[in-house]
Design a protein around this ligand. Structure first.
Ligand SMILES: Nc1nc2c(ncn2[C@@H]2O[C@H](COP(=O)(O)OP(=O)(O)OP(=O)(O)O)[C@@H](O)[C@H]2O)c(=O)[nH]1
Ligand SMILES: [Mg+2]
Length: 401
């Protein structure tokens, strides 16, 4: 699974990306700092089952810090989008191609209203961020529409001549966008469209169809960024009324905390409500001032910087993920080398024991016999739907013991 960061220029997308991945891509207070996409690894934060099971773990694919499991996930940061991008304004919308593979989007909005619709610096509070939510979604739709409508007449005629099925023809076209036949079919049914007569679809019906595909295939949440600036508060209250998940966010504050933690100055796990300055830190006056700012303007006010919450919400709320812990030795809860709870796997809710076997390895799926809940010892059949936090051993032919 991949999550993409979208938004107009200069809202803090790359700052969010750097804070989440601890990478160092360019950030600056003017539009179009980013042109090429940046790919990186961020972490999901989850209470680790090690505490509940009272074991000392040795994670291999992830990290466990004081009972908090940090699980790697992929993130991509792209160029900013301006109104009219579909007609080639700004950098156009070609770079939306970089978001094709994304399963969900984090829309980074400048909640302080201190950048205009093209991302140029303006007086704080003078721009309404709701407008950004609307136009970015609109531009995304227009881009999607260009893809769907390419060759529309030919597709429609083929369907109407009985020589092809609309859902499969569109699914083929949209396969690179993670839009499957099932979503297309669902859109047609829910919007009461005539799948046999696409030439009769009105402009409005086509638009609603596209909008439906976007919302289902690229579910989006809003990271209301720059919440450290006082003016953001009333905009965040307004944004929360627009029917989307809205997470107040201070990307720059998160970046400061993560870099300070990396240098050993503070104890801070991404997503924490606060931080502790280490006795050995010897902070400069400037470092102290910056940390005080983060404490008073962000943590005390909003409870966290929001960056970790946004990444978690993208995976756990938009994508309905759960975390399961596959093990090979159910008595020791370990892999073959004795690493306790080595892997935390992010899978979709509804994943069965057999699906998990396939996710781990095709051979394991092909030779799957049954699974075992390593904590209770209960045997699980192929169709058993896994639970969040479940520790599972897969038993496959030839792989017993
Ligand atoms: N006050 C405040 N400023 C922020 C925050 N996050 C980012 N910024 C500032 O916003 C400006 C733009 O940051 P970038 O991360 O380069 O923004 P971007 O959206 O990637 O911009 P483009 O790549 O040009 O589209 C920089 O001056 C950042 O310091 C924040 O949480 N609070
Ligand atoms: Mg950028």
């Amino acid at each position: 699974m991949l999550v993409g960061i979208i938004g107009k220029p200069n809202t803090g997308k790359s700052t969010f990306f750097n804070a989440a991945t601890l990478m160092n891509v360019p950030m600056a207070n003017y539009p179009f700092t980013t042109i090429q996409p940046n790919y990186g690894v961020a972490y999901l934060r989850r209470d680790c089952v090690c505490r509940r099971l009272d074991v000392k773990d040795n994670p291999v694919n992830s990290v466990c810090v004081n009972g908090v499991r940090l699980i790697p996930v992929k993130l991509v940061d792209v160029a900013g989008l301006v109104p009219g991008a579909a007609q080639g304004r700004g950098l156009g919308n070609k770079f939306l191609d970089d978001l094709r593979q994304a399963d969900a989007l984090i829309h980074v909005v400048d909640a302080s209203g201190s950048t205009d619709e093209e991302g140029r610096v303006c007086e704080a509070g003078s721009h309404d961020p709701i407008k950004d939510v609307e136009f970015v979604e609109e531009e995304f739709n227009l881009w999607l529409k260009q893809i769907v409508l390419k060759d529309w007449q030919r597709v429609a005629r083929t369907v109407e001549a009985g020589a092809g099925k609309l859902t499969s023809m569109l699914a083929q076209r949209l396969s690179g966008l993670a839009v499957g036949e099932q979503i297309i079919q669902e859109a047609i049914v829910n919007l009461e469209l005539n799948a046999g007569k696409p030439t009769l679809w009105s402009e409005e019906q086509i638009y609603r169809f596209i909008d439906y595909l976007r919302r289902r295939s690229k579910p989006t949440l809003i990271a209301a960024n720059k919440c450290d600036l006082p003016i953001a508060e009333k905009n965040i209250a307004k944004l929360k009324e627009c029917g989307r998940i809205v997470i107040p966010c201070a990307s720059e504050a998160e970046l400061i905390l993560r870099r300070a933690a990396e240098k050993g100055l503070i104890d801070y796990i991404p997503g924490d409500k606060g931080f502790k300055i280490r006795p050995s830190a010897n902070l400069t006056v400037e470092q102290k001032r910056v940390l005080d700012y983060v404490e008073s303007k962000v943590l005390a006010k909003w409870g966290s910087t929001g960056v970790q919450q946004a990444i978690n919400a993208a995976y756990f709320e938009l994508l309905n993920s759960i975390v399961v812990y596959p093990v090979e030795d159910e008595s020791k809860l370990s892999d073959k080398r004795g690493n306790v709870l080595p892997d935390a796997k992010v899978v979709k809710k509804g994943t069965t024991a057999k699906d998990l076997a396939y996710i781990i390895h095709t051979d394991l799926g092909d030779t799957f016999l049954y699974a075992v809940d390593a904590v209770t010892g209960v045997r699980l059949g192929a169709d058993h739907v896994l639970e969040d936090g479940q520790v599972v051993k897969i038993v496959a032919a030839g792989k017993r013991g």
